[in-house]
Ligand binder design. Sequence first.
Ligand code: PLP
Length: 373
Amino acid sequence: MPDDSPSVPRPAAPAHSPEPAAGLRPATRAVHVGRPPVVPDAPLNTPITMAATYVGGGDVEYGRYGNPTWLAFEEALGSLEGGRALAFSSGLAAVATVLDLVADGETVVAPQHAYQGTLGQLGDAGLRGRAQGKLVDIADTAAVAAACEDAAILWIESPTNPALEVADIAAVTEAAHAAGAQVVVDNTFATPLLQRPLELGADIVLHSATKYLAGHSDALLGALVVRDDALFDVLKGRRDLLGAIPGTLEAWLALRGLRTLHLRVERAQANAVELVRRLEAHPAVSRVRYPGFGAIVAVELHAGPDAADLLCRTTDLWVFATSLGGVESTLERRRRWKTEAPTIPESLVRLSVGVEDVEDLWADLAQALDRLG
Ligand SMILES: *Cc1c(COP(=O)(O)O)cnc(C)c1O
């Protein structure tokens, strides 16, 4: 049989058209993109393809270079963000892949408040004489623009974790590009339904798909999304070489979660808006931080850090746990982590608002807050 015989299956070759959802709105894309072709007896859902290797002579060849289940997730996420997506084993694997592009001694401008693992990688790179991190208030557009002189990368997280500051992405991106820097936006908190950084000029969008995209606190996964084909090839090349590939089951779970992203974000955000209104009126609360969108809220308490710890242990419905973006509501005092920025108040409790009934969420929070006097 000749090598290119049509009877040889090519399981990981793209089965779908490159832009299957042109003209469709985000909620419809979330439901429909990344499915097998609609032909009689085809499954509606992308199968979980467990494959370490493929019949030779095709485009993929080996399990580290591609997988049809990853591809389906990547198509769906790429369609939502408006670019081409690559999945990674975790959000931090995606962070490491981007920071690996920086040449020795180059500068990365980053928010002073950001995901601790991201700042941890930057600090580690600094200690080893790799990238030089320059931390800024990402909401201060003039300061960010000034810091971008001589920078290789402007790293944006918006809203920031856990301070919930918001960057003017379009303005700082323009300034960074004028200075010759590439722009990365960690879009984990906002999701592509509330913010699409590629449309605002950013070069790379990053996700911890562990959070809202997968949405059920049952899988770790990361992703990068870009528009530029050459940059896509570079990042794919790094993934092929370094091996930080997604688990197939995790990619499938994230795709399954993505199908209801719009419903979850809509409900969680509506719950958050209502809880913010009530929290602002509660006498135990000294400050509520909420950027006006999304479902992450931070509260500070008059009674200090011990009261914050007590709050996290006296709720019944709200689970004391780190991470965020699941269907279930969780909370934690961020400074319990030694790695959290010292400029984050000791009593700050981050709430990840889920999709439960808001009255039950409030009743539980209120009984715990009322105990603090
Ligand atoms: C969780 C998180 C990450 C890291 O992702 P993992 O999937 O946990 O590796 C990066 N950025 C933000 C904003 C996060 O919340």
